[in-house]
Design a protein around this ligand. Structure first.
Ligand code: XIL
Length: 299
């Protein structure tokens, strides 16, 4: 096939992108979006601060606009993200204890209920583990409400939208030998053994080049999959967009039956949160880069 989405669909997968809703007014952007991609993730518009800027006051306008666009184009939507230490609204940042736990659970319930039936996968919890060798949870106001905050969030999400697949999403869980990867693996294994509702793991995959794309990435994908969860490459971007690294990521996903698809974290380099690194598949003029051809050929 001649586009990323259609080529991925040939093996039952999707190829998606993060979308900034404000850019839907840019026709050059929207032309590429509609032509190439069959899955979208809101880059910021479904985060906690965007959806509940004041406690009890929900702002769904931008997120609904993206969902409508996606549905009109037949694109699947990944919800990102229900519970996270970052991009919390000020009122939540200052909370702790039972008050915070209840506010977090209420947010999960309200948001998952609002979007029920429209979201294929939810990133229920994002980035809850520490980098480095500790294998520990990341310290945060949510973690300080008790170690069971993650499973509580997953149970609330399942109850609110029983048909969405529920994912744990993180970065630096790409190298199978890293303590952080092993710690997330053990959490998923524990959740599966105790019946905590989890369906998938998202590997963000923000790579800094050949240097940190690990040669055992495929082992990581297949090891998570062997626990009985799907795996998703959720936020792919690679510094300087080397063709070999992009090709390897695609081949690794295709080699693992439970790798359901790949989402790049933006369309053009100029849209990227790492724009100075030119990490995406289209240049600032919207032209296909060599990495685009490498990905399309590999798919
Ligand atoms: C980033 C967005 O791309 C930026 O626009 C925003 O300023 C900060 O967040 N991990 C995630 C994403 O899960 O939500 C982050 O997105 C990138 C890292």
């Amino acid at each position: 096939a001649s586009t990323l989405g259609a080529s991925a669909a040939e093996s039952g997968r999707y190829f998606g992108t993060a979308v900034a809703v404000s850019r839907l007014n840019d026709s050059a952007y929207t032309t590429i979006l509609n032509r190439e991609f069959n899955q979208v993730t809101a880059e910021n518009e479904m985060k906690i601060d965007a959806l509940q800027p004041n406690q009890g006051q929900f702002n769904y306008g931008n997120a609904d606009r993206l969902v409508q666009h996606a549905r009109s184009q037949g694109m699947l939507v990944r919800g990102h993200t229900l519970a996270w230490h970052s991009q919390q609204p000020g009122w939540m940042q200052n909370m702790s204890g039972t008050t915070l736990r209840n506010a977090m659970l209420n947010h999960v319930t309200q948001v998952a209920t609002h979007f029920r039936g429209q979201i294929e996968w939810w990133d229920v919890v994002n980035e809850a583990f520490q980098d480095g060798s500790s294998g520990a949870r990341r310290d945060s106001n949510l973690q300080r409400t008790g170690n069971d905050w993650i499973e509580a969030a997953f149970r609330a999400a399942r109850q609110a939208d029983p048909n969405a697949d529920l994912c744990y999403n993180d970065y630096n869980i790409d190298n199978w030998n890293d303590a952080k990867t092993q710690a997330v693996y053990r959490m998923v294994q524990d959740f599966k053994s105790r019946g905590v509702p989890i369906d998938c793991v998202g590997l963000q995959s923000h790579f800094t080049g050949g240097s940190n794309y690990p040669s055992n990435y495929r082992t990581t994908l297949s090891s998570f999959a062997a626990l009985g969860v799907d795996v998703h490459i959720t936020e792919l971007d690679i510094r300087n967009a080397p063709t070999d690294a992009y090709r390897n990521v695609v081949n690794d996903c295709l080699a693992v039956a439970r790798c359901k698809g790949i989402t790049v974290w933006g369309i053009r380099d100029s849209d990227s949160w790492r724009s100075s690194e030119n990490p995406l598949l289209f240049n600032g003029s919207g032209q296909k880069k060599p990495a685009y051809d490498a990905v399309l050929t590999a798919l």
